[in-house]
Design a protein around this ligand. Structure first.
Ligand code: ADP
Length: 608
């Protein structure tokens, strides 16, 4: 937040307002006061002159109304004495004239030397007619303000004035006094303004300080720090505002803690989720991604945040964002390459705003590679089974048709055809039995008859059985490096495994080749290897020979009567016994099929 400019701050505004109010108040008071004072001063001054003139009027009236036998010179002297004694009022009285009824100036005191002359003054004439007249004039010579008064001299018994008194008094002293008072008022106003301005600054501070405290506090709060409190300066409205602010801070802190807690919960849920989660904004730009999604999509969060989800899902060339969100809510993302199958399912839901428009999207990713592989295997399996059954059935059908067509009467052909029919039927029975066995094992219905067996003796007996029926050209080598080894096995099932391995070795062994039977202890396990010198298995196919229906040379295997299920069944049986089975070979250099079994015990330490 930017700093408030000096002249726009509440501090300055408040002080200015305060000073302005004081100025206006003083101004109004001063105008009214000066007006009143001026009126009062003027009235007082005029009244004091009028009172004195009235006294003079009375005395002059006495003199002028004296008996006609009185010496006029004495009367003049008396009037002169009266005028001379007329107070000067600090030299304010500038002119005093006594005028007789004819308008002749009898006595004068002052600047105008008009003794013996007739006066033309209208106010004097007015006074001689019996009414008093007064006015405030400006002295034309110096501009001074003058109070001019003409008062008739009236005596009882006479209707008309027997004379008049004319007085001129300077009012400058009154105005000087007013000017002095004005100066005092102006000085007082300036002093008052300085004091109020200082007080205003101080008062403004008492209001603005808590406010600027709150402003700073709000700025700190905006940065996420709720730990501080504003100082409460009093119980007034600002104090209450500060308390309310502190209360608000506390509540915000609590709300923030709750939100933070929820956020942490959500983020720990997201990070411990086994599914990947990706969230976007309304334009499909990634705003959130959990660890699992990073792992599943093999990307770094930093690199993909802010980029399009379509790009992340490798869909940007196939569809636009609007097509994506208006499309199905679940789509398959195939990230498979030549080496590896990798398929994810993205199920997405939208976060909607109150008005129903899209605010964002959340996509949950599931790894369905295994599921898809199982599905693919299932499909392959059905195709394989159908294929395996169709071949013998086609053979059966064609031989039966040949017999029906008359071959049954041919003594030479008929037994051969029937023998083929028997072989194909046997093969089908073998195939169906193998399939049934596999299906049982898939359902974990092993139904094993586990017993403790001395393996060396048991193994020797199996080899003996094969040795009796084998061709003479194939040599059997026994390399059994122990006297006795005890294992827990289902004898029939284990015999099926070993029979399958030995018959494969015999099938693929060339004439004059040898088959070696090796058996020895390897750690806590018994290891058995059957090594032949036959065609061998290409390295790339070594692990595949344990898959259902997998055969390196399909035609040859069929010719040799194999179903392609023998080693798949062997693998299941060995795994169910807690062992392992694998093949080692090189194309054309013979094959070694090995498996291990956990030991029960061993007699003697014949072989280390
Ligand atoms: P089959 O009934 O075809 O023998 P198996 O599951 O027993 O089925 O064997 C699968 C395939 O593994 C065989 O078709 C064959 O190609 C290969 N195989 C097994 N054992 C050997 C061996 N000793 N030498 C060479 N190839 C072998």
């Amino acid at each position: 937040m930017t700093k408030v400019p000096f002249f726009k701050s509440i501090h300055v505004k408040f002080t200015l307002m305060y000073v302005l109010l004081i100025v206006i108040a003083i101004q109004i008071i001063s105008v009214y006061f000066i007006q009143q004072l001026e009126d009062r001063f003027k009235t007082n001054f005029q009244n004091s002159i009028i009172e004195r003139v009235e006294l003079l009027v009375y005395n002059v009236g006495q003199e002028l109304s004296k008996a006609s036998d009185t010496d006029p010179a004495e009367i003049d002297d008396n009037i002169e004495a009266l005028v001379a004694n007329f107070p000067t009022l600090n030299n304010a009285i500038r002119e005093v004239q006594v005028i007789d009824s004819d308008g002749e100036v009898l006595v004068t005191r002052g600047n105008i030397d008009s003794g013996g002359e007739r006066t033309n003054d209208v106010r004097v004439k007015q006074a001689l007619l019996g009414s008093q007249d007064s006015d405030i004039l400006r002295d034309p010579s110096n501009g001074d303000r003058l109070f001019v008064l003409a008062m008739p001299v009236l005596v009882s018994g006479k209707d008309t004035a027997i004379g008049a008194i004319y007085v001129e008094a300077s009012m400058e002293e009154v105005y000087e006094q007013l000017t002095e008072i004005n100066t005092i008022l102006v000085t007082a106003t300036i002093i008052a303004l300085i004091i109020t301005a200082l007080l205003g600054v101080f008062l403004a501070r008492t209001i603005t300080r808590p406010m600027s405290d709150m402003r700073n506090h709000a700025l700190i709060m905006a940065r996420g720090d709720f730990s501080r409190k504003v100082k409460v300066y009093g119980d007034d409205e600002i104090g209450q505002l500060a308390s309310a602010f502190n209360d608000l801070t506390r509540k915000l802190q609590e709300a923030n803690a709750i939100t933070e807690g929820e956020r942490k919960k959500l983020s720990s849920i997201l990070s411990f989720m086994t599914d990947g989660v990706v969230a976007t904004d309304s334009d499909g730009m990634i705003i959130l991604m959990n660890d699992r999604a990073e792992e599943m999509l093999n990307v770094s969060r930093q690199n993909v945040l802010g980029t399009s989800i379509l790009k992340l899902f490798r869909l940007s060339e196939q569809m636009s964002w609007s097509e994506f969100y208006s499309g199905p809510e679940s789509i398959l993302l195939d990230f498979s390459d030549e080496e590896e199958t990798y398929i994810l399912r993205s199920s997405h839901s939208f976060i909607l705003k109150e008005d129903g428009s899209i605010n964002g999207l959340i996509a949950v990713l599931h790894d369905i590679t295994e599921q898809e592989q199982i599905e693919e295997e299932r499909r392959e399996f059905v195709v394989n089974v159908s294929h395996e059954l169709r071949t013998p059935l086609t053979t059966l059908k064609s031989y039966i048709e040949a017999l029906q067509a008359g071959a049954w009467e041919d003594k030479e052909l008929a037994p051969r055809f029937l023998a083929v029919l028997g072989d194909e039927t046997d093969r089908m029975i073998r195939l169906v039995n193998d399939l049934l066995q596999l299906s049982k094992m898939d359902k974990n219905e092993y139904d094993f008859q586990i017993e403790e067996v001395e393996f060396i003796d048991y193994f020797n007996k199996i080899i003996d059985r094969f040795e009796m029926s084998k061709q003479e050209t194939i040599d059997f080598v026994r390399d059994l490096q122990m006297n006795a080894a005890y294992v827990q096995i289902d004898k029939d099932k284990m015999t099926q495994v070993i029979d399958n391995i030995i018959s494969n070795a015999l099938k693929y062994s060339p004439e004059g080749g040898s088959i070696t039977f090796r058996c020895w202890q390897q750690g806590k396990r018994l290891r058995i290897s059957i090594i032949d010198e036959g065609v061998g298995i290409p390295k790339a196919n070594l692990s595949k020979i344990f898959d259902r229906f997998y055969r390196v040379d399909r035609a040859r295997s069929r010719q040799l009567g194999g179903t392609g299920l023998g080693l798949a069944i062997a693998k299941d049986i060995i795994h169910a016994h807690g062992g392992d089975i694998w093949a080692e070979s090189e194309w054309g250099k013979g094959a070694t099929i090995s498996f291990t079994l956990p030991f029960k015990k061993m007699s003697g330490a014949d072989y280390e």
